[in-house]
Design a protein around this ligand. Structure first.
Ligand code: FES
Length: 250
């Protein structure tokens, strides 16, 4: 199939940037979206032009690096799919496709489709870990966790930290991301000792890093390639309220 691409080109955070139009010819429906861009870049390089800069790593839907807004939707139109797992069979011959970077104040654009997501790392560094000694495998097996709790924690742990929730939110809120990280640790025995300190520190970090607040649009859940539920935002709010009560148990 033959496609027309309108791609955001921007030389750096200070550049105003603009959409440039490219032709993608003879695109195979079996190609991934990133493979299609690879071929466009091959043609640009052969012509001596600057290739389109875009992020990627695993190309297996697990690292969260591929961050593109395709036709106005983070990760494109296919539900619960990262850009690297989006295939060209989802498009039609003659389609015009608009490709833009994540847009949020907390994610300055490095170049073209690459944004700086250090702000998410700052939120993680504020508390997205456990510092207690959790022992080895034998100790882990001795500390039994009920199946419903384990399932809940694993559902939250599916977050790959891509930032699509931020890109989709009209407030550029990172509440879905943060809530997944807080919730997965808050329900497990290893995460409970630091639960109060963690939720306070991570909540302060999302505000200091320039993310907005949640006003219940649910765009984050719709855009999330891993289907992280907004129920974790309710959990984050409950954990935050609990952290304000000096006598509450962790
Ligand atoms: S490149 Fe790793 S999730 Fe897409």
């Amino acid at each position: 199939m033959d496609l027309t691409l309108h791609v955001w080109r921007q030389n750096g955070p200070e550049d105003s940037g603009k959409l440039e139009t490219y032709k993608a010819a003879n695109v195979s429906p079996d190609q991934s979206f990133l493979e299609m861009l690879d071929e466009v870049n091959d043609d640009l390089i052969k012509k001596g032009d600057d290739p389109i800069a875009f992020d990627h790593d695993c190309r297996e839907g697990i690292c969260g690096m591929c961050s593109q807004v395709i036709n106005g939707r983070p990760h494109g139109q296919q539900e619960q799919t990262t850009v690297c797992q989006l295939h060209m069979r989802e498009f039609n011959d003659g389609d015009e496709i608009f490709i833009e970077p994540w847009r949020a104040r907390a994610f300055p654009i490095h170049k073209d489709l690459i944004v700086d997501r250090t702000a998410l790392d700052v939120v993680m560094q504020a508390g997205g870990y456990t510092s207690c000694h959790t022992g080895g495998i034998a100790d882990g097996n001795a500390l039994l966790v009920g199946k419903p709790v384990a399932d809940y924690a694993m559902d939250a742990a599916e977050c790959i930290g891509c930032g699509a929730c931020v890109a989709a939110c009209p407030n550029s809120s990172a509440m879905l991301f943060t809530s997944a990280k807080v919730a997965q640790l808050a329900v497990l025995p290893q995460g409970k000792p630091e639960a109060k300190r963690r939720v306070k520190a991570m909540t302060e970090a999302i505000l200091s890093e320039g993310f907005g607040n949640c006003t219940n649009h649910y765009e984050c859940e719709a855009a999330c390639p891993k289907g992280i539920s907004v129920k974790f935002i309710a959990k984050l709010n409950r954990e935050y309220l609990k952290s304000m009560i000096p006598s509450s148990t962790e």
